[in-house]
Design a protein around this ligand. Sequence first.
Ligand code: TRP
Length: 335
Amino acid sequence: MSTKDRVLSGIQPTHDSFHLGNYLGAVKQWVELQDSHDAFYCVVDLHALTTSPDPTKFRKQTLASVAQLIALGLDPEQCTLFIQSHVPAHNQLAWVMECLAGFGEASRMTQFKDKSAKSGADRTVVGLFTYPMLMAADILLYQAHQVPVGEDQRQHIELTRDLAQRFNTTYKEIFTIPSGYILKAGAKIYDLQDPTSKMSKSAESPNGIIDLMDAPEINTKKIKSAVTDTEREVKFDEKNKAGISNLLTIYGALTNKSIAESEKDFEGKGYGDFKTGVAEVVVEFFRPIRAKALELLEDPTHLNKILKIGAEKAGAVAEKTLKDTYDAMGIIPRA
Ligand code: TRP
């Protein structure tokens, strides 16, 4: 057994491409954590079913997500990378979590409240309501110590902790109580067209989102049309210069420079030169990653082999936890 702390995180395969915000806000930290931790990363296809994806697209998007994660630096030799549905214990433990969670407690999840308020009760699937219990199962099956997620997932982690504690006191000390490893705020990337909202695929227009699988010309154009302000100085000031600050964050994060160093690179330069500089950095950063992802997608046999190994490694851990859980609850094992 590894003596390193264990981390687990998940990402939904709901799009053809991850965007810059996904990378800087999450996947970059995942890559860093795989060296220092015993890391489990899962492409949460079952969670994505709550968005009713088109089957043909969904199949492609799931594989594309795996390919991009590897291209971005997740090393299947170093971490356990797998598809959630390949390990049925996730659904099985989710049911246990649903029998532990209170209806009121689940009704208070803000993400559920926001999403269901938008679509109305009759158009909201029950899976959206039970989503946090499946997420709790994802985490608890692996006895994860830390869960690297964005700020928006904090409440789901709290629920996971509560459910784990409840199980441990009611039945038996089975679960490790996980803590959220809330990803650095500095890694928060905003929409290029609306630099007060987080870069997200739910944005009204795709023009503010940098997709890693997009052609370089498209991304260059998007960065050059980023919303800025009427001043001329390339200075970090989130309050008054949200657009410029966002571009500085992007530039600094991809070049590993501090904000001060990044500002210095554009001292005395206009916004036009600044945007060209940022666009070059972004495009050159993603160029080899996009190429690598495309190369991986050309060899599905190889990709499937990686996924098979990932599912086997994950399954072994998950099945042990599930077995202990069932046993503690008095479920008779099949002879
Ligand atoms: N709900 C998470 C998100 O939208 C995705 C997720 C599913 C997850 N299962 C998880 C994240 C387990 C961390 C751990 O970002």
